[in-house]
Design a protein around this ligand. Structure first.
Ligand code: ADP
Length: 271
């Protein structure tokens, strides 16, 4: 007789096991509900540009002889397709960072390289809007995924630039908090700020403080959810300080790699 399949064996379950199983099931149900919500919300968000494109297509067909009108509709088609492309990009990015094991193996990541890549990518948009970008801080290393961290810092920078006025500054300041055991990347702007009542909600998927303004600026409402997930995947957290009318500071706190913490103690002359 071959081995008895596991599920057919009479495995005595202790109360603890049972509780764990119930918790697992509750967690699985929560995850499933969140996934369903996401699909519903994402479909709803996608319907807006898709619907607009369909109407604009009809409008172009009807205005065929009116070159001016065709041009106007064509411009709106460009805007709506860019919006659709941004939504698809962010939905894919979010579902990637939400899935377990978003990156296979953590590698040593040079934080200064992450920041300079993110700053370089945001520079054109910033200068087009008359905003100065700066970065500062000591060399630091964390464990994780370079590309995902660039995406996170870049999303914070894009927001800082989008929600700031021309002539202001956006700064990325890196620092090492040895006591707290973290490497901190702060993105500081002097922009419109976020009302206290909205601060807890900005990390929710598709949440926007001012939906009309966000639509004009091409926001998808997913940027900060992506940041939150990337940072959580790295064992860190994101904090927010903001004062309406004065600006916002989003700070990514990443764990200092254990080897570096040890290194810091051995080079300490007192220690
Ligand atoms: P979006 O693509 O709309 O920018 P996010 O998830 O990145 O989506 O941000 C959610 C909302 O939080 C934004 O719509 C905006 O209202 C607000 N927000 C994010 N970053 C900033 C900032 N630096 N200054 C002011 N408001 C911000």
């Amino acid at each position: 007789r071959g081995p008895v399949p596991l599920r057919m064996r009479a495995v005595p379950l202790g109360v603890r096991h049972l509780l764990l199983l119930t918790e697992d099931r509750a967690e699985a149900r929560r995850v499933e509900a969140a996934r369903r919500d996401f699909v519903v919300n994402a479909s709803h968000e996608l319907k807006t540009p898709v619907g607009a494109l369909a109407l604009l297509g009809d409008a172009v067909a009807e205005a065929a002889d009116d070159a001016e009108a065709v041009k106007r509709f064509a411009e709106r088609i460009q805007v709506e397709s860019q919006r659709l492309a941004a939504l698809v990009r962010d939905i894919l990015e979010l579902s990637r960072v939400q899935s377990e094991g978003a990156f296979e193996a953590a590698e040593e990541v040079d934080v200064a390289a992450v920041v300079s890549e993110a700053v370089d990518r945001s520079r054109t948009t910033a200068s087009a809007r008359g905003i100065t970008l700066e970065s500062s801080g000591p060399a630091a290393t964390v464990l994780g995924d370079h590309r995902m961290l660039v995406t996170a810092v870049r999303n914070l920078l894009d927001n800082a630039v989008t929600y700031s006025d021309p002539g202001t500054r956006v700064a990325v300041a890196t620092s090492v908090d040895r006591q707290g055991g973290t490497v901190d990347i702060a993105v500081v702007d002097q922009g419109i700020g976020i009302p206290a009542s909205a601060q807890a909600r900005v990390f929710e998927r598709f949440y926007r403080v001012d939906p009309a303004r966000a639509r004009d600026t091409g926001g998808t409402g997913l940027g900060l959810s992506i940041v939150k997930h990337v940072v959580a995947d790295h064992g860190g957290e994101v904090t927010l300080w903001s004062e309406p009318g004065h600006g916002s500071t989003f700070t990514i706190h990443l764990p200092l790699p254990p080897a570096l913490e040890r290194g810091a103690t051995t080079t300490d002359p007192e220690g």
